[in-house]
Unconditional design. Structure first.
Length: 426
């Protein structure tokens, strides 16, 4: 875990090792958040609202913590060490989901829902896993300028996003086969935990960021100072209206992205009448498409700028939502999801990371990635909105269309953003 020697920038091995963490953490997102946990909890409890509430609680807590975590990464120079421990915590808690709930014994639809104690423990494990996963992303993002120069950060970010979705193509079939062989969804969480940890190892072995000359030890005093310093950063952001527009717009657009990640498979199965096998096939096809489009969006971001790339990605998501909510013909819906949906999901992540590096002073990258993390972690209103509309109306299509409201407002704010505000004046 030593970070004594700095990794040379723009070298293939460190870049690939960094990008492999996107491959690793998207395995968690795809298997746990998107493919299995919502269905797993629905089988145990018979309701969707528990899943939406647990997701919201963990994301809100992460949103409150990540700004300080990013600032601590700047002060202590130990991004990789923190990344390791949060990754380990996520993997352990993910395995805990499978240990806590056994869907062989409980089936709410069959009249045998899980006891409250089992449901509570399962939700706590999911909450811990999701909190650790979300927190780890701040430290991971801080390592991007370690491996890539400014002119290549968009492409390297795109490589990471692309490999992340390729990880879905690899992991989901393995998880599905394991579930089929065992006859229980709980096995998927063991697969996710193991695959996440093993795939994350390259970043710990081949990416090294030296401590800054002013690095300090992690103490309670330092933590307190960073909490107080957060107010200064917030005032700085608020005083730069174009930068504030980015953070607000990203908050709303990421809200939609997080919601789609969690509810795509339930929508396909319950709202669009796809079978379990068909829905999994669409998720895999989306991942292949996102792998290619993630690489393309990296190039677009470097060539056209983060703002234009973000607006294009958000617009693609909007078009996909309209088609998914109103059109029933599969020959229209599936290509739209694969092209516009996958491109939008990948583009928001690729361009968002580059935007942060454009506005952040180099020595405060962690601090600004922490604020960026807030816009990601606290953007959880859509998850509850989707679940509530689905429960109230009985229509997953109506729930999907409800996401157009936060997306449209987010696009309006992004249109007023400027990716070079604070850096230029610092």
């Amino acid at each position: 875990m030593a970070d004594a020697e700095r990794t040379p920038r723009d070298r293939p091995l460190p870049i690939l090792s960094w990008a492999m963490y996107d491959f690793a953490n998207t395995i968690y997102s795809a298997i746990v958040v998107t493919a299995f946990f919502p269905l797993f909890m629905s089988k145990l409890a018979g309701r969707d609202l528990y899943t939406g509430t647990a997701q919201t609680a963990s994301m809100v807590l992460a949103g409150l913590l990540v700004p300080v975590m990013g600032a601590l990464a700047d002060r202590t120079g130990r991004s990789k060490r923190y990344l390791f421990w949060f990754t380990l915590a996520c993997c352990a808690a993910t395995a805990g989901i499978g240990l806590a709930g056994n869907d062989r014994f409980y089936d709410a639809a069959g009249g045998s829902p899980a006891p409250w104690g089992v449901l509570a423990l399962t939700l706590v494990c999911f909450g811990v896993a999701n909190l650790a996963y979300q927190a780890s992303l701040v430290f991971y993002d801080c390592l991007l300028p370690v491996v890539a120069s400014q002119g290549r950060q968009g492409r390297v970010s795109g490589l990471g996003v692309g490999l992340g979705y390729f990880g879905v193509v690899v992991a989901l079939p393995i998880a599905q086969m394991a579930v089929g062989a065992a006859g229980a969804m709980r096995v998927a969480f063991f697969v996710a935990a193991a695959a996440f940890f093993i795939s994350a190892l390259p970043v710990f072995l081949f990416v090294h960021a030296p401590s800054p000359a002013t690095a300090t030890r992690l103490t309670l005093r330092v933590v307190g100072e960073q909490f107080r310093g957060l107010g200064r950063t917030l005032r700085e952001v608020v005083s730069h209206r174009p930068v504030l527009c980015f953070f607000v717009g990203n908050f709303l657009c990421t809200d939609v992205v997080n919601t789609l990640i969690m509810w795509t498979r339930p929508y396909l199965m319950k709202g669009a009448a796809y079978t379990e096998k068909e829905s999994l096939g669409i998720l895999l096809a989306m991942s292949v498409s996102a792998f290619v489009l993630g690489l393309a969006m990296g190039w677009v971001t470097d060539r056209l700028g983060a703002k234009r790339a973000l607006l294009a990605a958000a617009g693609s998501l909007g078009a996909c939502i309209v088609v998914g909510g109103l059109v029933h013909e599969r020959w229209v819906v599936v290509p739209t999801v694969l092209l516009l949906g996958s491109g939008g999901l990948a583009g928001v992540w690729v361009a968002g990371r580059k935007f942060v590096l454009d506005i952040a002073p180099p020595e405060r990258a962690g601090e600004f990635f922490g604020l960026y993390g807030v816009t990601q972690k606290l953007s959880v209103l859509g998850c509850v909105l989707f679940a509530a509309v689905a429960d109230w109306s009985g229509s997953y299509r109506a729930a999907l269309l409800s996401l157009l409201v936060p997306l449209a407002v987010g696009i309006a704010f992004l249109a007023g953003s400027q990716p070079q505000g604070i850096r230029r004046e610092t």
